[in-house]
Design a protein around this ligand. Structure first.
Ligand code: DX5
Ligand code: ZN
Length: 216
């Protein structure tokens, strides 16, 4: 199975995004973490900075919205050209209508689940989404440890995707290293977000190591 490695810009040098994007050019997509200090207790940046990243990046943007009221804000990220826009199930008022709006604008629509959010209610809704993000840490900060008790959710998702034949990517985010990526891949993930383990050291080498581990 082909895998995707999406470095998280959260672990990059915020004062040198142009240079940092150059260091991850061998990745598949760049993961852009948007935090609003309400849905999560941390703050990053919003539409204006993401628009600039979209202009500078040679690889597509994978936007992860950790914000309240995504129904209001998510379409703006699709409009600026983000390849995928993922919002949290816990925050959306109407996840299906929002996903449809994102697709209408031309983005892949993603839904994210915090570690304690059950996946079962979403299995029948899979045709509405292009990506499901199973959070493997509590959203809000980089550098946390992988929560392995989230893995059964991927098993259920992989089974449903295989059964339906849909092209839905199964993403994990949080605590992904050369070791935990193997666990997540075996559980059914095909799209891997990694912050610290990419930007600590030489990103191109780290991306290659993660890719090899996930494909093994
Ligand atoms: C956490 C973010 C992640 C974060 C991952 O809330 O959604 O994308 O950057 O960082 P690492 O890979 O360091 O756990
Ligand atoms: Zn993220």
């Amino acid at each position: 199975m082909s895998v995707r490695i999406n470095p998280s810009i959260l672990a990059a040098d915020f004062a040198n995004f142009e240079r940092e994007l150059g260091r991850i050019a061998s990745a598949d997509l760049v993961h852009v973490d948007i935090m609003d200090n309400h849905f999560v207790p941390n703050l990053t940046f919003g539409l204006a900075m993401t628009e600039r990243l979209q202009e500078l990046s040679t690889i597509p943007l994978d936007v992860h919205l950790m914000i309240d009221d995504p129904d209001r804000w998510a379409p703006g990220y699709a409009e600026l050209g983000a390849y995928s826009v993922t919002f949290h199930a816990e925050a959306a008022k109407d996840a299906v209508s929002l996903a449809r709006r994102l697709r209408d604008i031309g983005a892949r629509a993603g839904i994210a689940l915090k570690p304690d959010t059950a996946v079962e209610p979403f299995l029948d809704l899979l045709p509405e989404f292009d990506q499901v993000l199973v959070m493997t840490v509590e959203p809000g900060f980089g550098g946390q440890s992988f929560i392995s008790s989230t893995m059964p959710k991927l098993g259920l998702l992989r089974e449903a995707v295989t059964k339906t034949g849909l092209d839905v990517w199964l993403q994990v985010d949080g605590g992904i290293t050369a070791d935990t990526i193997v666990i997540a891949a075996e559980a059914g993930a095909d799209t891997f977000v990694a912050g610290s383990s990419v930007f600590r050291g030489e990103p191109a080498d780290n991306i290659a190591t993660l890719r090899a581990a996930a494909e093994a």
